[in-house]
Each structure stands twice: as C-alpha cells, then as structure tokens.
Design a binder for this molecule. Structure first.
Ligand code: ADE
Ligand code: ZN
Length: 339
C-alpha cells in the first residue's frame, strides 16, 4: 500500500460505532483479572488463549467470549477494560466512540448492574477529560435469551437512562430473529432509548428489514447480507441507514471467505452509509485502524473512500449536529493534505 494512504487512515478523525467492550479484553488483562479475582481459566498463558482463537462461525466465538467475560467482577475491572480500549482508540484517532455492553453476561453471574455501568461510564468520563474522546453507551440484549429476560434487563437499565443512549441486539442471530424482541424494543423506545440491532451478519436480509420495521433500528450492525435483496439495498441507500461493517470480524467468523471478496467497497461506492469498525478487537486481530488498513489493502480502497468512511462514521453517530459539524471540519482539514 502507498504510504500516504496508511498515514491518512491513521490520522483521519473517525468515530467507532460497533465495538463490544467485552470484546476488547486482551488475553494479558484477562489473566491479570483472573488471578486477582481467583477465577480459573482453561488456558495456561495469554499465548495459549490467542492460539485458541480459531472460529468456525459466530457461535464458536461466542462460547469462548462469554466464558472469558467471567473475569470481569468489580467496578475497577470494568473501568480498566474500558480505559485500555480508549487508549487504543486514541492512538487510532478515534474522536468519538459508541460502545456496546452486554449486561446479561454479567448480571447472570451475580454482578450488579450498577457495577458494570458505573465502571464503564467512569472510564468514558475520564476519556472526555483526558483524551478528548466523546462517547455514548449502548446496552445490548442477548438474543439467545428470552424477551422476558430482555424486559428484565431494560428495567434494570431505566435508572441509568441518562448514561445509556440506545438499546441493541446481539449474540447468535440464527434462530433468534428480530421479531422475538419486538415488544421490548417498543417499550425501550417509549422510555426514550434509540435502537440498533445486529442483523444480516449470519442471518438473511429479512432480519435487516424486520430490524428496521419492527425494532425501528437507526443503524444496522454488520448488515452484509443486504446484498441478497436489491430492494433493501435501494432502501438503505435512500434512507441513508448506516451499516456498521466489521471486516476483520467477518473474515474471522467466516461470514465471508476472504477480505478481498467483501461487499463493503461496492456498497460504499453505491452510496450506502458504510462505516468500518472493530466489533471484538481482541479476538479478531485488530482495532479500527487495523480494519481500515486491511480493507484498504485487500479491496484497493483509495483516499476518497477513506475520507468517505470517516465522514460516514460521524454522520451515523448519535451525537448532535453541532458536534457532527465540528468533527466533519476536522476530517476535512486532515483530508485536504491527502486528496
Ligand atoms: N457479540 C459480540 N460480537 C458479536 C457479533 N459479531 N455478533 C453478534 N453478537 C456479538
Ligand atoms: Zn457486533
């Protein structure tokens, strides 16, 4: 790759909109926390953990991922996890991040909701002051669990409404379509939450349609299977519904065979609001800049594509118009050195 393109990728201000905070748990921190909290891991070293990261599909990853999250016990643990991610985001020139967390992964182990939210938001507040990174927090419901369990989680989240901007839907898509969560999303909207949903990652285009129609999703996570339905592509373009695409994740979880065959470039050049994100960086081989670099290399993205992806990330975010304008100006200032 031409050096200036890599430099543009690193320097350009960008928002990250699809990052599961539990997915940023690096093996070294996993071991540190396991030791501190007296939790037995089925691995001897962080290197052994990394060696185990060979996934055949989404579920094979989730099995390891939920188990690893059990090392997170105290407010300080959630702070340390989030802070470690934010330091990496700073290096990648992430100016704004909207992170997911999965309350049910932790409350099921007896960790109070307050411990999770307070640890994460404390780090996010520090990031604003010390790193100049703005943020929002999105609470996801685990779709392999029941809608009743999601209702329970929503109720636990209500006292933290000022700290949580949206609700989302993640975990195994197969067999757990969006319609299963129609009522709880309706209720969340009544309480003023925005909504997003993972859809079209392993599931069909129909899941994207139903996330838009029934869950009123403002963004679709992944959405790569929209290509199965030309009328959906037209709709996503017309309404500029953002897709938070995660290229390295898609390769690792075998959603696509090789990055050079990813549809993100075609969709971007067709005018869809495509954004690039890391999903679960510690598991999939890289943070947001790594996703940009790999995509640029494998798909021959040019400087205009990179600038458009950065602008899309700001447009697709849940920040107000004034802050959007500020970030877009920052992008243009960096872009003019390269275009
Ligand atoms: N939870 C963490 N990563 C996920 C992904 N890629 N899809 C669905 N749920 C997830
Ligand atoms: Zn995800």
């Amino acid at each position: 790759m031409m050096k200036p393109l890599a430099q543009l990728i690193r320097e350009i201000p960008k928002a990250e909109l699809h990052c599961h905070i539990e997915g940023t748990l690096e093996p070294e921190l996993m071991f540190e926390l396991a030791q501190k909290n007296n939790i037995q891991l089925p691995y001897a070293t962080p290197q052994d953990v990394r060696k185990a990261y060979h996934f055949t599909d989404l579920q094979s990853f989730l099995d390891i991922y939920y188990q690893a999250a059990s090392v997170l016990c105290t407010e300080q643990d959630f702070y340390d996890l989030t802070w470690a991610y934010l330091l990496k985001a700073k290096v990648d020139n992430v100016c704004h991040t909207e992170i997911f967390f999965d309350p049910q992964t932790h409350t099921a182990r007896g960790i109070p909701f307050a411990v999770i939210v307070n640890g994460i938001t404390h780090a996010l507040t520090d990031a604003k002051q010390k790193l100049n990174i703005t943020s929002h927090l999105i609470m996801c419901f685990l779709r392999h669990l029941s809608e009743e369990a999601a209702f329970d989680t929503l109720n636990q989240g209500l006292p933290y409404k000022d700290k949580i901007i949206a609700v989302g839907l993640d975990s195994g898509e197969r067999g757990n379509p969006p319609e299963k969560f129609k009522n709880v999303f309706q209720e969340a909207i009544k309480h003023g939450f925005l909504t997003v949903a993972h859809a079209g990652e392993e599931g069909p285009a129909e899941n994207i349609w139903n996330s838009l129609r029934l869950l009123k999703a403002k963004r679709i996570e992944h959405g790569v299977h929209c290509t199965m339905d030309p009328s959906l592509i037209a709709y996503l373009k017309e309404h500029q519904i953002p897709l938070t695409v995660c290229p390295l994740s898609n390769v690792k979880l075998r959603v696509i065979d090789e990055l050079k065959n990813h549809n993100l470039k075609t969709l971007l050049r067709q005018g869809l609001c495509i954004t690039l994100n890391s999903d679960d960086a510690a598991y999939f081989g890289g943070y947001v800049v790594d996703n940009f670099l790999a995509s640029a290399e494998q798909l021959n993205l040019n400087a205009e594509d990179i600038v458009q992806l950065a602008k899309n990330s700001i447009q697709a975010s849940f920040i107000d118009e004034t802050l959007k304008a500020t970030y877009l100006r920052m992008i243009s200032m960096v872009a003019q050195k390269f275009l």
